[in-house]
Design a protein around this ligand. Structure first.
Ligand code: HEC
Ligand code: HEC
Length: 225
């Protein structure tokens, strides 16, 4: 009997030692999902899903962006820039303040891996503005030294990994706000000020038109890039 117990005891130790640990990626995903659902446990930290939803589709009514399927690198970069104060983010600043590097890696991994259908905008786009926006998006405005948006944001605005975000299927309010933030220099995290220059040269009507165009498209299908 004694030997049987000793056998079981050592047997379980042995098993315990050799139970394969989940891969690091799985751990990160699980922690990332936890942060999205409930925050990281620090006082004051808010669950991302309150504004971006658990599946990352965003909330057009408050202009919270969709983040599902943006690259890990881009999501992590934006969070760090908000922490550093280089990216204007009055709402986000308090939320991400106390995320650790590990938290950022985890939550970026989580949201980059989900594929979520488009969340409808609050009202349908205006066909006239979409048509004007489409022209600017595909051809640029050479007289104003504005290149076609798709040159950097990829075919139909579907993004060029890792650092050119997709803008297709993003909500209109968010797109508008970002163009205004770049134009009026509240958002200063774009490499070489490229977006700031472009946004400043667009008129208010043109900013509205490109925002309506890209928000009228579907977001890219690829996920986990
Ligand atoms: C209270 C609402 C709210 C919460 C909670 C919130 N966000 Fe945000 N988030 C926003 C808003 C609004 C913006 C856009 C503008 C800004 O910076 O204020 C944004 C922007 C972002 C962006 C930039 C997206 C882009 O396309 O550039 C990322 C990435 C992001 N949030 C990730 C997160 C993560 C991860 C969490 C959870 C740890 C989180 N957010 C929690 C409201 C929120
Ligand atoms: C020369 C390259 C380039 C061109 C051309 C360009 N963009 Fe960008 N854009 C970028 C980069 C890079 C970023 C991400 C910068 C950052 O991380 O802040 C960006 C970010 C954005 C964002 C914010 C996305 C988000 O998720 O927060 C919007 C909106 C945007 N661009 C719209 C446009 C529109 C509309 C046009 C055409 C009128 C355009 N861009 C042309 C390089 C470009």
């Amino acid at each position: 009997m004694k030997t049987l117990f000793i056998g079981l005891f050592f047997g379980s130790l042995f098993l315990g030692a050799f139970t394969p640990l989940p891969a690091q990626g799985d751990d990160l995903m699980a922690w990332g999902k936890h942060i999205a659902e409930a925050g990281n446990g620090d006082p004051g930290n808010t669950a991302c899903m309150e504004c971006h939803r658990l599946r990352g589709g965003g909330m057009p009514s408050i202009g919270a962006p969709r983040i599902a399927g943006q690259t890990r690198q881009y999501i992590a970069r934006e969070i760090r820039e908000v922490q550093k104060g280089k990216r204007y983010g009055p709402v986000m600043a308090g939320v991400v303040e106390n995320l650790s590097e590990h938290d950022i890696e985890a939550v970026s991994m989580y949201y980059s891996h989900i594929h979520t259908p488009k969340v409808r905008d609050v009202s349908p786009p205006s066909p006239e503005r979409v048509a004007i926006g489409k022209k600017i998006a595909l051809r640029g405005l050479w007289k104003k030294n504005i290149p076609a948006c798709v040159q950097c944001h990829g075919v139909n605005g579907s993004g060029v990994p890792p650092l050119f975000p997709y803008i297709a299927g993003q909500n209109r309010t968010y797109l508008m706000r970002q163009l205004i933030a770049y134009a009026f220099l509240e958002r200063k995290d774009d490499p070489q000020g490229l977006m700031r220059g472009i946004a400043r040269r667009l008129s208010a009507g043109e900013r509205k038109a490109v925002a309506e165009y890209f928000s009228s498209l579907n977001p890219p299908r690829e996920n986990g890039r």
